[in-house]
Design a protein around this ligand. Structure first.
Ligand SMILES: Nc1nc2c(c(=O)[nH]1)N[C@H]1C(S)=C(S)[C@@H](COP(=O)(O)O)O[C@H]1N2
Ligand SMILES: [Mo]
Length: 314
């Protein structure tokens, strides 16, 4: 029997580490001793510490009552914001917040292009003016850790309706930033930077799909994908790209980063599914950050009532 993923040091289970060449993987394991205690002993005030010179503004968006209760307690902010996947900075989850501390995209604009009626670039404020709200979502990484987080954002549907989607468009392709000067991970050639992800148009237009500019009531800190990311709560975490700078409406299915890198391990759709094991671990159970108890993984991460219809045979 394979060991359960969370009984392994984090460096060892990191799915993405599989993609590194063996030498770099072993080197990564060498610093992995820290990972075992990585979630213990965290202090308070991660926002303040992460951005002492430039505190993150409070967004003050009302919590949407339809998404106020995710059926589990909120993950402590200090845990959720100090345990990240953001390979542009480092593959060590506990260190992303430090490595990304000074990351800024300034000036920032979100370019919307391709098969749209009104292509152009939106400022963060223009995106937020589409109607900012807070929603508590479950979030499930393919590596079997999960969290429950209050995101602040606007439905992607509202943004797509503002720019006008042409009838030929069938997919939305997201592109993250490229700035090797700021992002040490992008100075290596082992990944096809910049990060890219995609959704079918019906997934992108689903009311659960959010354009996110804040978390825990404030603007996103760098490690969470500042200044703007996508969150798709019924899919594995890598389908929620961070620090997105452009989106492109397309007629053909676009390629995606992890599906390109290791197609046998990361499918294009990647809906959370307890019945389909990852080749190297089960997906039947998960562990919540801050709570080592095993929980059953829910189909579509518990959002099946809302989204299963998207995948019914037609
Ligand atoms: N640009 C970019 N987006 C990304 C990633 C990344 O490495 N780069 N990692 C993905 C993965 S694997 C996960 S689990 C989530 C993690 O989001 P969090 O760090 O805010 O929890 O971001 C996703 N989006
Ligand atoms: Mo992930």
């Amino acid at each position: 029997m394979p060991r359960k993923p969370w009984t392994l040091p984090d460096r060892e289970i990191t799915d993405e580490a599989h993609y590194l060449d063996r030498r770099r993987f072993l080197k990564a394991l060498g610093v992995g001793g820290l990972a075992a205690g990585g979630l213990a002993g965290l202090g308070r005030g991660v926002f303040e510490r992460a951005q002492a010179s430039d505190p993150l503004p409070e967004l003050g968006a009302a919590r949407n009552p339809a998404f106020a209760d995710a059926g589990r307690p909120l993950t402590d902010a200090d845990l959720a914001l100090r345990y990240n996947n953001f390979y542009e900075f480092t593959t060590t989850k506990e260190a992303v917040w430090k490595e990304a501390k000074d990351f800024r995209l300034d000036p920032y604009g979100l370019e919307v292009k391709g098969l749209v009626e009104r292509p152009g670039t939106l400022s963060l404020e223009q995106v937020e003016a589409l109607g900012l709200e807070e929603r508590v979502y479950r979030f499930r990484c393919v590596e079997a850790w999960a969290m429950t987080v209050p995101w602040t954002g606007v439905p992607l549907k509202a943004l797509l309706e503002k720019v006008g989607v042409k009838p030929e468009a069938r997919y939305v392709w997201f592109h993250s930033f490229l700035d090797p000067k700021q992002a040490p991970g992008q100075r290596k050639d082992d990944y096809p930077w910049p990060y890219y992800e995609a959704l079918r148009l019906d997934e992108a237009m689903h009311e659960l799909t959010l354009v996110v500019t804040g978390v825990y009531g404030r603007r996103l800190p760098p490690q969470s994908g500042a200044p703007l990311r996508i969150v798709v709560p019924w899919k594995y975490g890598y389908k929620s790209p961070k620090s997105v700078v452009s989106m492109e409406l397309a007629a053909e299915q676009p390629p995606t980063f992890w599906n390109d890198a290791v197609p046998a391990e990361y499918s294009w759709l990647s809906n959370v599914d307890p019945t389909v094991p990852h080749p190297r671990w089960s997906q039947a159970v998960e562990r919540l950050l801050g709570d080592e108890t095993e929980r059953a993984t829910l189909a579509y991460n518990g959002y099946g009532d809302q989204v299963a219809k998207l995948y019914a045979a037609k």
